[in-house]
Ligand binder design. Structure first.
Ligand SMILES: [Zn+2]
Length: 488
């Protein structure tokens, strides 16, 4: 060997040693998770979606306490693997955080946000057929708490981002992914905190898509319904407190706290709130008229008049608690607290009232009305949570893109701008002037939504796959509309 060959040989040995060291280092860094199917970039979309959701369910993010940062970090790694810009944003509370990611667009139109939440409500394993935090994949479904609400949403949005990042040409708009903590407890330490403390993350976004609406599959020759939520009822959560004479309950007094509270709650329970049809609800039922029973169609088309003048219709309409909740403010008595023991009359007793107001109502006005109903100066009402809900209009490019995608994929499908009785994090963004729609492309019969906050929550793998494909189709349709808008 000449000196050059010796040098080359030494270099080769050294290089091989370096390579081995590097590879084993990588293997260690990737840890046991290297074999997770969703880390294989080339795994089929359905398989990847199912594995990703299964893992997300296994990271328990029940609130309280949440601990959502662990899931945010797991998803950040998946996005980083796919060369998508992503980071975990710490939020108030130990172990809590949000995921933010972005696929840049060409910048000719303003960004669009895909929003989901990382936290879930508690699940009692004794009531479930499977371990709610096992992420079991069975019968073509992924089972577990959060499969529908809302880890399944996050997985669809995340995989959509990864698909976009693989493309050669950019969309006109940045697509921003936000997966936030704390939604189930009101979002003040999640989406609410982010829009206040980190408005730069929203980058002047024009649109947002989140949970709240989906596709109800068509049946019996009826078209499917793409429900796009444009506004929500407003929570006005209250604590009602009674004070009274405390003491031994062997010699009770009539002005003790518990009987006072019970008397007031009875008056609250008997009160009927007035029926009020807001424009968004009127529009929603007008659109749904064709699907209603023959005898209800005229009423749906002219809801306000029918509810005041047609009493058989009113009875039928209000007979559904879901419909009833869309035409009036509602009050549900939920938490109760009284004495600690059978033989103790406490000085304070309290109840929580879950009041839901129609959009446009004011919590303080409702509290004044309730004070008259309670009619006891020794009782106090405290507001626990309240916010105003804006309404997103339907005369936008994104709404049209959803309509056109529905028409192309399911001819005859109805796209309905809907109002929901529950609430999501969308209002934080509507408050900032962003057109926010509650819409996730998944095909779910009403009976299959029982798992949301219930037992045996699950989503089909087919829905996850179709969700990604349909969301991409909507974004592509929006891009076409954006191009047309910028043509001279
Ligand atoms: Zn949710």
């Amino acid at each position: 060997m000449n000196p050059f060959q010796i040098a080359m040989r030494a270099w080769t040995v050294l290089g091989a040693a370096l390579l081995v060291a590097l590879l084993s280092g990588l293997a260690v860094a990737a840890g046991a998770r290297a074999d997770w199917p969703f880390r294989k970039r080339e795994a089929p979309l359905a398989e990847r979606a199912a594995a990703l959701l299964s893992q997300a369910i296994q990271i328990d993010t029940t609130v309280p306490p949440g601990g959502e940062a662990a899931l945010a970090e797991a998803w950040r790694e998946v996005l980083a693997d796919a060369d998508v810009e992503a980071r975990v944003v710490p939020t108030p509370g130990a172990g809590r955080g949000a995921l933010w990611a972005r696929v840049p667009g060409s910048g000719t139109a303003r960004p669009l946000i895909l929003l989901s939440h990382l936290d879930v409500v508690p699940a009692d394993p004794d009531e479930w057929r499977v371990d709610p935090f096992g992420g079991e994949i069975r019968d073509g479904h992924v089972w577990g708490r959060g499969a529908l609400d809302a880890k399944g949403v996050g997985v669809v949005q995340l995989l959509t981002l990864i698909q976009l990042a693989r493309r050669d040409t950019a969309l006109p708009r940045d697509v921003i992914l936000l997966a936030t903590p704390d939604e189930e407890t009101g979002g003040r330490n999640g989406a609410g905190w982010l829009v206040r403390e980190h408005p730069e993350l929203l980058r002047d976004a024009e649109f947002l898509l989140t949970e709240g609406g989906s596709v109800r599959p068509g049946e019996d020759h009826r078209p499917s319904v793409w429900g796009v939520t444009v506004t929500e009822k407003q929570p006005c959560w209250l604590a009602l407190r009674a004070r009274g004479t405390p003491g031994h309950s062997s010699a009770p007094t009539r002005d003790a706290a518990v009987p006072r509270l019970v008397a007031a709650l009875d008056r609250v329970r008997r009160t009927e709130t007035p029926i009020r049809v807001i424009p968004a609800v009127s529009r929603m039922f007008f659109q749904l008229a064709g699907l209603a029973a023959e005898e209800d169609r005229a009423g749906y088309r002219n809801l306000e008049v029918a509810l005041s003048e047609d009493s058989p219709f009113r009875r039928r309409f209000l007979g559904s608690r879901g419909r009833n909740a869309l035409v009036r403010d509602t009050v549900a008595i939920t938490v109760l607290e009284g004495g600690p023991r059978t033989n103790v009359s406490p000085s304070v007793a309290s109840a929580h009232l879950d009041v839901r107001l129609l959009p446009g109502g004011r919590c303080e006005d409702f509290v004044s009305e309730l004070e008259e109903v309670v009619a006891d100066p020794e009782l106090s009402l405290e507001v626990l949570l309240s916010f105003a809900a804006g309404v997103s209009g339907t005369d936008t490019a994104l709404y049209r893109a959803i309509q056109q995608t529905a028409a192309a994929r399911e001819p005859g499908a109805l796209v309905v701008p809907q109002v929901i009785a529950g609430f999501t994090d969308a209002h934080w963004f509507r408050d900032r002037g962003i057109a926010a729609y509650g819409f996730v492309p998944r095909w779910i019969a009403p009976a299959d939504t029982r798992g949301v906050h219930g037992v045996d929550e699950r989503v089909s793998i087919a829905n996850l796959e179709r969700g990604v494909e349909t969301l991409l189709a909507i974004l592509d349709q929006l891009a076409q509309l954006d191009h047309q808008a910028t043509q001279p």
